[in-house]
Design a protein around this ligand. Sequence first.
Ligand code: ZN
Length: 193
Amino acid sequence: MPETKLKIRLLGDPGLRKASKPVRQVTEGHRQVLSQMAGLMYESSGVGLAASQVGIYESMIVTDTGSGLYKLINPKVVKKEGSQVTEEGCLSVPGVCIKVKRARKVLVEAQDENGKPVSIEARDLLACVFQHEIDHLKGRLIVDYASFWERLKISRKLKGLSRKSGIPREAGKRGSRDEKLPESKAESCKLQL
Ligand code: ZN
């Protein structure tokens, strides 16, 4: 894998909608990407990051909710229990905060960075973060959980983001005034993942 600086992809980048491929053989390249992803997550004050958010479509995530760093390969939720609703932000959808209902407790099976199978029981915040990142690996984003009214409220922000990410829009030519990203209110959503 090339030794380049990773960059977080924003909503509108079609790669965010791609399903990631499972990693068959864990290599030094995967370990390097995982540690770069962890660095980028900390730099961005995030608590989780999925490889598809940096344009790598292999099943890998990193998380740290304060109780330690997890670098996981091929993570899967194999058991769910209970429910919780959390206001989630996403590093790929800056300035947007959406209430998402997820399981309160999950059992995640994965491999660590050496390819060793691991099984993690997580609850509350960590469970939420694992589910958010595993969603990314399936091409699923928090905006998919937005209610009709939430969608309406955030639609202007989303349009701004699509332009920012350099994806051409079919809807004719726009003046340069439309090009700027709306003011980010990311700090209003504590949880960035
Ligand atoms: Zn996210």
